[in-house]
Design a protein around this ligand. Structure first.
Ligand code: ZN
Length: 438
């Protein structure tokens, strides 16, 4: 369902073009009643594939950056991508622009954007035991893509495309979120939270894809067991995973039963291959677990305790981008901007392509009341990752502090075009009024 015209027809109102325009109404109808790529049955679908791709492209880079970017370990990224592409080949939408990203984030999570941008955190990789489990996890995510679950939610109005970008900043801007740079971007807010039916369907598809790709279905059971075990722990770093992919006893049971049907075929789980390919993560397991504990403390409003955990993480992995950046955010929360500057600079040097360090450094400079430097960092961030309204707000804020009102007003104005509630929006609105712009 392509709404753009072939090149050779541009500017010429050909017969085909005319028919195309005349048919636009029925085209919309067709989109509205698209059939499910998985079941072939009609499904309410007001979102075109192009729109899915657009939503993915607009949002996934922000989420990936909020997760501290892709790991700087090509071998690990390539390994996960090779498993993923074998799974996608078996899927109902093999031609979507899939990409597989091992995320620096330490929390336990995995997600899929509607066109196939898939993220798998270091935290979840550390908790799996075989390639078949990884294939199951990716299979599940590819299942969401194949069955067009996000698009379905958007069509039902549960999730609007506006919400997808809007929610990036719409939640209350708590201090940590401010420091986080991407505001309240979190997979939970940005991604669809799937219904139980969708979850069931993704499980079914995931199992089918991984089995067809040649893995033992025991891997799926292993994944379910891991998730079930985790769902009992009430840790905040698990909440995101379970808020997007609700886990239940029934989900587990169904998966085990289905796996039984497949397991007559005697296929391997590739445990050793998985362990070899993820060895680099296990070498810094302690650091990742300390980061998880630190995050837990930050979420509980105990930055002093969090600092101890991040310090331990940095002892094990001094060159870790996420560990440095988390420590920087913690120091900001402790109102120690000079230390925060040290860690965010270190992070920026470790991973110059990843934009989040610029944001954190920018906030650090605001705390230091060095607004020109702050502005430079926000500008650098925006150059690497445009489209984050938070950056625009902080550009405005830095300009305001330097008394460059008209430039600040421009920024505040464009911020308000995207976000209309929350503390920042109030601040921007108040200033614009004060300065006589509205
Ligand atoms: Zn799911």
């Amino acid at each position: 369902m392509n709404s753009s015209l072939p090149n050779n027809q541009k500017g010429v109102l050909s017969r085909r073009h005319f028919l195309y325009l005349a048919g636009a109404g029925s085209l919309a109808f067709l989109v509205g009643c698209a059939s499910s790529p998985v079941t072939g049955r009609p499904q309410l679908m007001l979102v075109s594939e192009e729109r899915e791709i657009e939503v993915d492209r607009e949002n996934s880079p922000h989420q990936i950056s909020a997760d501290y970017g892709r790991v700087q370990d090509d071998a690990l990224n390539d390994y996960v991508a090779s498993v993923g592409s074998e799974i996608a080949k078996q899927s109902h939408r093999p031609d979507m622009p899939y990409s597989y990203n091992v995320l620096n984030a330490s929390y336990v999570n995995a997600y899929a954007f509607p066109a196939g941008t898939i993220g798998v955190s270091r935290g979840i990789l550390l908790n799996m035991n075989s390639e078949a489990e990884l294939a199951s996890l990716i299979g599940h995510e590819v299942g969401h893509v194949s069955a067009r679950h996000t698009a379905q939610r958007m069509s039902q109005g549960i999730l609007t495309s506006v919400a997808l970008t809007g929610l990036v900043v719409a939640a209350e801007p708590e201090w940590e979120q401010v420091v986080g740079g991407l505001g309240s971007i979190g997979a939970g807010a940005l991604l669809a939270s799937y219904s139980r039916n969708q979850e069931r369907e993704a499980d079914k598809l995931g199992l089918q894809y991984m089995a067809e790709a040649g893995y033992s279905p025991r891997g799926y059971v292993g994944l379910m067991e891991m998730l079930k075990e985790m769902s009992h722990k009430k840790k905040s770093f698990l909440q995101v995973l379970f808020s997007t992919h609700p886990m239940s006893r029934e989900r587990y049971k169904t998966a085990v039963e289905r796996a039984d049907e497949y397991s007559k075929r005697n296929k391997p789980v590739y445990r050793e291959r998985y362990m070899d390919n993820t060895a680099s993560l296990r070498r810094i397991r302690e650091a990742i677990e300390e980061m998880q504990e630190g995050n837990e403390r930050m979420a509980n409003g105990e930055p002093e305790k969090a600092r101890e955990h991040y310090a331990k993480a940095l002892k094990t992995a001094p060159e870790d981008y996420a560990a440095n950046l988390k420590m920087a955010k913690c120091q900001i929360a402790l109102e120690k901007p000079a230390k925060a500057r040290k860690y965010s600079r270190a992070a920026r040097e470790i991973y110059p392509e990843e934009p989040q360090a610029h944001h954190v450094l920018g906030i650090t400079y605001i705390q230091l009341e060095k607004y020109e430097q702050a502005l430079q960092q926000f500008n650098a961030y925006k150059e690497k990752l445009p489209g984050n309204p938070n950056t625009v707000f902080f550009q405005g804020y830095s300009l305001e502090a330097m008394d460059r009102k008209s430039r600040a007003a421009e920024k505040y104005h464009s911020y308000l075009e995207k976000v209309n509630r929350g503390k920042y929006a109030e601040h921007a609105h108040k200033k614009l009024k004060e300065w006589g712009y509205i």
